[in-house]
Write a new protein. Structure first.
Length: 271
């Protein structure tokens, strides 16, 4: 059976090669993401309130805590996309100034690619597409080349004040308390933990993080789902139950809306 995705995890984070065959709902990540179009038609990714074009000539840069989504429009061959999710500690080992959890890490949502970056993207694509069991080392050397480009040309260094990071010193202590909990919770449970009314918590949370409490809860939920998916001891149905989905179908719909593929397709890409 054909695969719609292939991923490799390492100290650098995660690199995923996948075909976009479904729409992806509005969602956020807590660290920076980088996307490249490998083949297929150019696509539009909504980043915040603006639609940004992703083509073979540019790179899409997604800041942490920035809402983004993708509306799939079938046009023959689905676009093949390479996506990098960068690890915070690994990035700091490359450049100690790299606060990739900062909401203003990248200066702009897109940047023109270079021949060197395109070469690294082709090499990463070949490893994920053709190597049966790719090693972390085979992937990391090319990820480093891309990261050097990002550091030299894309990072908004002047805006990276630690105080302005999500959950930083300027953040309300009650909101920081909610952000510190990794377990997905309902909006009502988060408001109760913060000691606020639901409406007050909603407004305070969005002002502090730029996202709604529900989007934050979904972020935690999909992060936990991805961690559990890497553990082959759990079936997809069991993972859904652990996340509060009594129906496997409801879990599959949530996962596809967040990732653009079903849990089974994602797990097959990690086998």
């Amino acid at each position: 059976m054909s695969r719609k995705c292939r991923s490799v995890n390492g100290a650098f984070g995660t690199v995923v090669l996948h075909r976009l065959s479904h729409s992806i709902a509005t969602h956020v990540h807590r660290t920076a993401r980088v996307m490249f179009k490998v083949d297929g038609p150019d696509i539009l990714i909504r980043v915040g309130d603006v639609e940004s074009l992703l083509s073979g000539a540019n790179v899409l840069l997604l800041n942490p805590w920035t809402q983004h989504s993708y509306a799939h429009k079938p046009r023959g061959r689905d676009p093949l996309v390479l996506e990098l999710s960068l690890d915070t500690d690994w990035m700091k080992s490359i450049d100690e100034r790299s606060l990739i959890s900062h909401p203003n890490f990248f200066a702009a949502p897109t940047v023109d690619s270079t021949d060197e970056v395109k070469s690294s993207v082709r090499a990463l694509t070949d490893v994920l597409a053709f190597v049966l069991d790719p090693t972390e080392a085979a992937v990391e050397s090319n990820v480093r080349e891309v990261v050097r480009f990002l550091i030299d040309h894309c990072v908004n260094w002047k805006a990276l004040s630690p105080c302005e990071a999500i959950g930083g010193l300027q953040c309300d202590k009650r909101i920081r308390k909610v952000l510190a909990v990794e377990q997905p919770r309902s909006v009502e449970e988060m408001a109760q933990a913060a000691g606020m009314s639901r409406s007050h918590f909603f407004n305070s949370f969005k002002q502090a993080t730029r996202v709604t409490p529900a989007e934050f809860a979904n972020m935690l939920r999909i992060e936990k789902a991805l961690r559990l998916m890497a553990d082959t001891r759990h079936t997809v149905s069991e993972i859904g139950l652990l996340l509060g989905y009594e129906s496997p179908g409801n879990f599959t719909r949530f996962f596809r809306a967040q990732q653009g593929m079903s849990p089974t397709e994602f797990r097959r890409g990690n086998d």
